[in-house]
Design a protein around this ligand. Structure first.
Ligand code: ADP
Ligand code: ZN
Length: 750
C-alpha cells in the first residue's frame, strides 16, 4: 500500500453478492471513478470484471491483505451514480440478485471489455526543412516520398488508406513515426451505422406541424415541470390519433435545447417502426445531436459503441424498448414512456422489472421529468394522476377534429345460430370488407391472441363460468374434467351443459390468423391479403417491408394479431375488424377486462386516421360486457373509474401490490409440499400484514415437464415484504429439483 493509492469497492459480475475492496494503484488512481469497469483478482489468479461502486473507502480490514485492481478497462466510467443506485433499488424491489441486474443493465460486449474500434491516422509530426529533406531523399527515398505526400495532403490520413493508395511501404512509415517526423494517432470509430439505420425504419417524412391548443398546453405543462428541475411525472392521456407523438417530440426538442438528454421508451422497437422513424427524421436536421436506436438486432460492436456514446455524453437521445431504460445517458432531463400501459414493459425473466416503473424511479433518482403517454392509461398510472401524484395532461380530440371511428358490435351468438355452423367472419364484417375493397380502401383484421383457449364459453348464450370468490374466469382442465379457479383453488366439475341456458355447446376453440386468412380469401379472392404472424415478426425486414407495401397501397387487407396494432398510422385504413374480442376477457387474470378494453381502443384507433371516416367491427359472444360497451362509447374515464371500483372491492392492484411466488419442479408433490411449507412460514411471519392466496396450481400446470404452483401475496408495502420473503427464502434448504421465483408486481399470472 502506497500513500498515493486509493481504496475502492467493487461489485463483481460473477455472482458474489457482496462488495469487495481493492487498491487502485497510483498509475490509475486518479482515473478510477464510481462506475468504472475494472478487472480484479478473486481467489487465486482468476481475474473477473466488476464495477467500482465507491471510491476512497475506509474498510475495517487488514489493508495489507488488499489486492490491487488488475486493469482499468475503459478510461471513463460506464455507469453513473444514478444507475448504481438504480441497480440497488431494482435488486431490492424485484427480489433478484445484483448480478442479474448488472447483467440486464450493462450489455455483454461492454462488460466483457470489448475493445473499441480504432483507426490509425497519420499526420506530420515535425516539419522538415529543405536541407534535411534533401538529405533524407538521398538516404531513404521512400521515406522522403511518403513525408512529402502527407505534408501535401495537409490533414490527417487514415493509415491503411494512405499506404494502399500511394503504395507506400509500412516500414518507411514506421521509421518516420519512430523519428517523430510523422505522427500516428488512434481515433475511436463508432460502429453504429447511423446513416444506414434510418433506412431500416420506416422513414416517415416529417413536416413540421403547428401544435393545436391541447398539444401546446401539454408541451407547456411538461416544460414548466422541466423548469422546476426536479422529479415530476406527467400522465399524457390522449385519444388515439390526438397527436401524442408530436407532444413527445416537442418536449424532446425543448430538453435537448437545454443541453439535456432524452430517453424515449416504446413497447417494442420492431413493432413501432413509425414512431422511431418519426423521431429520427425529427432529429435529421440536428446533425449535432447523436441518437441511438437501441434494439435487439444490434451487433455486439454496435451495442458496445452505442453504450459508450451514451456513457461519454456523445449521444443524447436513446430510443428503445424496456432494456433501454438503463442506457447511461448523461444529464438526463426527460424520460418518455410511450404506451405506458403495455404489459410488454414487464420483463418475464429475472430481473422481473417493469420498464415504466424503473423509468419513473430513474427519473426520481436523476431529477428528470417523466412523461407517461397512453390512450388507455394503466389503472396504476391513472390512480396516481387522480391522487395528484402525477400531473395529468389530456388530449381529448383527434387531429383536425377527425371523428373517432364508429364501432359496431356484432353478436356472434346470433351469427352462429343463423348460419348453423362455426363461422369466423360475420355477415356484417364480410359486407364491409367487400365494400372497402370495391372502393379501393384498406382494412385491417385483428385476431386477439391474448387469451387461453382453456376457458369455457357457451356458444348459445355467451355464458362463461366464473369463480364465486374471485370474479375471474374458471379454467377448464380436460385431464380431470373440472373447472378450477387459479386464484383461490375453488373447483367444480366441468359442466356438460351451460348452467345458464342448458345448451350443450359450451366449448370454445380459438381462431388462428391462418383460418381467418383462408376465410377472407374465399370471400374476396381478388383482394390482396397479407397475414402477419409470429414467423413474419421474427424476420428482420419482413415486417417493415409488409408495412411499407401496405402504406403504398399494394395490400388491401392486412391480417394480424393485436401485436401489430401499436402505433400504426395509415390514413387509408377505413375499416378495422376485431375477430374475437372475447378471448382476452376470459382468462384467469384480474386485469383481463383492462386488457380487453385497451385492446379494443387500441385496435379501433387504427381506423379513420386520414380524411376518410373509419369504422370498426367487433365480433363477440358477450356484447354486453363492460369493456366492450365502454370501448364502443370510447369512454376511457368511465371505464377506468368502474374498473378502479372493482379493484377496490377485491383489493387487487393498484390498491395493493401483488407478489407472485412461483414454484416448479418435476415432482408435483414435492413442489406442492415446499410451496405449502413456505406459505406456512409466511403466515407465521406476517400475520395479517400480508394476505396470502394459495398455493394453487398455475393455469398452465406443467411446462416442459415441470409442475407449477403459485402463491400470491397481497401487501401494501412491497419493499419490506420482499425483504422478509427473501429472508425466509434464504433460510430454507431448497432441493435442486424445486425451483422458485418471486415476481413482484406480477403481470403474468398463467
Ligand atoms: P397519437 O400518437 O396520439 O396516436 P400521432 O402523434 O401519431 O397521434 O398523430 C396522428 C397524426 O396526426 C400523425 O400523422 C401526425 O403527424 C398528425 N399530427 C399530429 N399533430 C398534428 C398537428 N398539430 N397538426 C397536424 N397534424 C398533426
Ligand atoms: Zn377463486
Amino acid at each position: 500500500m502506497n500513500i498515493d493509492d486509493r481504496i475502492v469497492s467493487v461489485w463483481l459480475f460473477s455472482g458474489l453478492e457482496k462488495e469487495l475492496h481493492y487498491i487502485a494503484p497510483k498509475a490509475i488512481s486518479n482515473k478510477v471513478a464510481i462506475g468504472s469497469l475494472v478487472k480484479v483478482p478473486v481467489g487465486g489468479r482468476r481475474q473477473v470484471m466488476g464495477i467500482v461502486n465507491a471510491v476512497d473507502c475506509r474498510p475495517e480490514i487488514d489493508l495489507m491483505r488488499l489486492k490491487a485492481i488488475g486493469q482499468l478497462v475503459y478510461p471513463h466510467p460506464i455507469l453513473n451514480k444514478g444507475l448504481l443506485d438504480l441497480c440497488e433499488w431494482t435488486r431490492n424491489y424485484y427480489a433478484c440478485s445484483r448480478e442479474s441486474v448488472l447483467e440486464a443493465m450493462v450489455p455483454a460486449p461492454v462488460r466483457d471489455g470489448m475493445a473499441p474500434k480504432v483507426e490509425k491516422h497519420i499526420s506530420v509530426g515535425t516539419v522538415m526543412d529543405e536541407a534535411s529533406l534533401e538529405e533524407l531523399r538521398k538516404r531513404a527515398r521512400k521515406q522522403a516520398e511518403l513525408y512529402e505526400i502527407v505534408q501535401k495532403l495537409g490533414v490527417p490520413q487514415k493509415k491503411s488508406d494512405l499506404l494502399s493508395r500511394y503504395a507506400a511501404s509500412p516500414s518507411a512509415c514506421k521509421a518516420l513515426v519512430d523519428k517523430g517526423i510523422l505522427k500516428e494517432v488512434e481515433i475511436v470509430k463508432d460502429r453504429v451505422a447511423y446513416e444506414d439505420e434510418i433506412g431500416e425504419f420506416e422513414y416517415v417524412s416529417e413536416q413540421r406541424v403547428t401544435l393545436n391548443e391541447e398539444q401546446a398546453a401539454a408541451v407547456d405543462s411538461i416544460e414548466e415541470s422541466r423548469k422546476e428541475a426536479k422529479f415530476i411525472v406527467h400522465l399524457l392521456q390522449g385519444v388515439t390519433g390526438s397527436g401524442k407523438t408530436e407532444v413527445y417530440l416537442s418536449a424532446m426538442e425543448n430538453a435537448l435545447r437545454d443541453g439535456k438528454s432524452v430517453l424515449f421508451l416504446v413497447p417494442e422497437v420492431a413493432l413501432t417502426p413509425q414512431t422511431v422513424g418519426r423521431l429520427r427524421s425529427r432529429l435529421a436536421d440536428r446533425p449535432d445531436i447523436q441518437s441511438v436506436v437501441w434494439h435487439s438486432h444490434l451487433s455486439a460492436g454496435e451495442r458496445m459503441d452505442a453504450w459508450m456514446a451514451c456513457a461519454t455524453g456523445k449521444a443524447r437521445v436513446v430510443v428503445g424498448a424496456r432494456s433501454a431504460v438503463f442506457a447511461p445517458l448523461q444529464k438526463l432531463g426527460l424520460i418518455i414512456v410511450d404506451e405506458e400501459h403495455e404489459p410488454a414493459y414487464k420483463q418475464d425473466e429475472s430481473p422481473r422489472y417493469h420498464g415504466r416503473d424503473i423509468a419513473v424511479y430513474r427519473g426520481f433518482l436523476e431529477k428528470a421529468v417523466c412523461v407517461l403517454g397512453s390512450a388507455t392509461p394503466s389503472l396504476e398510472s391513472y390512480q396516481n394522476a387522480l391522487k395528484g401524484k402525477y400531473r395529468h395532461d389530456r388530449l381529448t380530440k383527434r387531429i383536425d377534429d377527425r371523428s373517432l371511428p364508429m364501432i359496431h358490435i356484432v353478436d356472434m351468438r346470433g351469427e352462429m345460430m343463423r348460419s348453423k355452423k362455426n363461422i369466423s367472419l360475420s355477415s356484417m364484417l364480410v359486407e364491409k370488407l367487400r365494400n372497402r375493397f370495391e372502393n379501393g380502401e384498406q382494412s385491417i383484421l385483428f385476431i386477439n391472441r391474448r387469451g387461453f383457449s382453456a376457458s369455457m364459453i357457451c356458444q348459445e348464450c355467451g355464458h362463461v363460468p366464473e369463480c364465486k370468490h374471485c370474479s375471474v374466469t374458471m379454467t377448464y382442465h380436460r385431464f380431470d374434467e373440472t373447472i378450477k379457479c387459479h386464484m383461490c383453488g375453488h373447483e367444480e366439475p366441468a359442466p356438460h351443459k351451460c348452467p345458464e341456458c342448458n345448451d350443450s355447446k359450451i366449448r370454445w376453440k380459438g381462431l388462428g390468423t391462418q383460418r381467418i386468412e383462408e376465410a377472407v380469401k374465399t370471400i374476396l379472392p381478388m383482394a390482396r391479403t397479407v397475414r402477419i404472424d409470429t414467423d413474419t415478426m421474427t424476420k428482420k425486414y419482413l415486417f417493415r417491408e409488409i408495412l411499407g407495401k401496405f402504406r403504398s397501397g399494394k395490400i388491401d387487407i392486412l391480417i394480424g394479431t393485436q401485436m401489430i396494432a401499436k402505433g400504426l398510422d395509415f390514413p387509408n385504413v377505413t375499416l378495422v375488424g376485431l375477430v374475437d374480442a372475447d378471448l382476452s376477457m376470459h382468462v384467469p387474470d384480474f386485469r383481463a377486462h383492462e386488457r380487453t378494453f385497451q385492446l379494443l381502443v387500441q385496435v379501433s384507433g387504427r381506423a379513420g386516421r386520414g380524411d376518410l371516416e373509419g369504422e370498426v367491427v367487433v365480433q363477440t359472444f358477450t356484447p354486453h360486457a363492460d369493456p366492450i360497451q365502454f370501448a364502443r362509447q370510447a369512454d376511457v374515464d368511465h371505464f377506468l373509474e368502474m374498473e378502479t371500483q372493482i379493484r377496490q372491492q377485491h383489493n387487487y392492484p393498484p390498491n395493493r401490490h401483488l407478489i407472485r411466488h412461483l414454484f416448479r419442479g418435476p415432482n408435483p408433490d414435492k413442489v406442492a409440499f415446499f410451496a405449502e411449507q413456505f406459505a406456512k412460514r409466511v403466515k407465521e411471519n406476517f400475520g395479517d400484514a400480508v394476505e396470502l392466496r394459495g398455493p394453487v396450481p398455475c393455469s398452465i400446470e406443467k411446462i416442459k415437464d415441470h409442475y407449477r404452483f403459485q402463491i400470491w401475496y397481497f401487501t401494501n408495502k412491497a419493499r419490506p415484504t420482499v425483504a422478509k420473503l427473501r429472508e425466509i427464502e434464504a433460510s430454507i434448504n431448497w432441493p435442486d429439483d424445486v425451483i422458485q421465483v418471486i415476481d413482484v408486481d406480477a403481470y403474468s399470472l398463467g
